[in-house]
Design a protein around this ligand. Structure first.
Ligand code: CO
Ligand code: CO
Ligand code: CO
Length: 306
């Protein structure tokens, strides 16, 4: 039902008129020093693609690459962090595979389920829709600043909370509200994933930069030039594809391109649904969710930032 052609979050395969499976895989090198936390964040990030399709995770398999000298003391903590998040998601870890690598790598392949009629893709955004982002941006700038030893405790606390929060509540709220399209914000940043949604949906997406939630302190770190390599790559990839207003501050533009680890959901929903969905997100204690823009009929630029 969903494959490569729309750059969606996961593959979806229909087994019967009542049941489709969602399949995804995600892994990366450590984004924080604490191994237990790294496990939690990696699992949250991998599970997120199931939530972005509106599904429920059932089963996860560990993907592990680890240096021999860290296998005994560090790896068990990473695996525990991952397993705890999978359990929190109501799914189970049923095995996995590991190899020796020079640098630690961890992630999951996750299998989920959904009714075939209820699959939410990134291709359903409609002119007149409102766009909601459910987590603040800035985790890429955070990890870069942290590696440089330059992070303050408020920013750190907030960034870690963002990365280890499952998108389950946001996804359930979106499913219940009835939405047009969803994707999660990960490596390509807000603008990369918004561009994918605009292209797949054949619409123009307009983002109001000053409405986009950002983790506190991140704009200051961005202004200091603490930008991850992936941010430059995202900017380069979208060159000529996004119309950027000159009025948006440079550090905010950078953050809009910032690759996110375990970022929030970008939801496109009918205008009349937006207020009740925002209320529901608030009831579910999803802090930092905001209306950040709207969807219009396709024009010359697929993505406009003003
Ligand atoms: Co995704
Ligand atoms: Co993914
Ligand atoms: Co094996």
């Amino acid at each position: 039902m969903v494959g490569l052609d729309t750059s969606d979050d996961a593959a979806v395969y229909k087994l019967s008129p009542e049941l489709a499976i969602i399949h995804t895989v995600d892994f990366f090198t450590p984004v924080v020093d604490d191994p237990y936390l790294f496990g939690q964040i990696a699992a949250c990030n991998a599970l997120s693609d199931i939530y972005a399709m509106g599904g429920k995770p059932l089963l996860a398999l560990n993907i592990v690459g680890f240096p021999e000298d860290l296998v005994e003391n560090v790896l068990p903590l990473v695996l525990k962090g991952g397993a705890d998040k999978v359990i929190e998601a109501g799914a189970i870890i049923a095995g996995g595979h590991s190899i020796k690598t020079p640098e630690p790598v961890y992630g999951l392949s996750v299998l989920g389920a959904i009714h075939p009629d209820r699959v939410i893709t990134n291709a359903g955004a409609k002119p007149g829709d409102v766009l909601i982002l459910t987590k603040p941006l800035g985790t890429g700038v955070f990890t870069t600043a942290a590696k440089a030893g330059l992070i303050d405790s408020t920013t750190e606390k907030e960034a870690i909370e963002v990365m280890k929060t499952l998108n389950r509540e946001a996804s359930e709220a979106a499913v219940n509200a009835g939405v047009s399209a969803v994707t999660d914000i990960t490596g390509f940043g807000l603008l990369g994933h918004a561009y994918e949604m605009a292209s797949a949906s054949e619409v123009t997406v307009k983002i109001k930069a000053e409405k986009v939630p950002v983790i506190s302190g991140i704009l200051e770190y961005a202004a200091m030039g603490l930008l991850p390599a992936g941010l430059y790559a995202n900017r380069k990839y979208l060159e000529g594809k996004v119309e950027l207003s000159k009025n948006v501050k440079e550090e905010l533009v950078d953050v809009l391109f910032d690759p996110q680890t375990s970022g929030g959901l970008l939801i496109s929903c009918p205008e009349q649904t937006a207020a009740s969905l925002m209320k529901e997100l608030e009831n579910r204690e999803i802090k930092g969710a905001a209306i950040i823009g709207r969807v219009e009929k396709k024009s010359a630029s697929a993505l406009v930032v003003e």
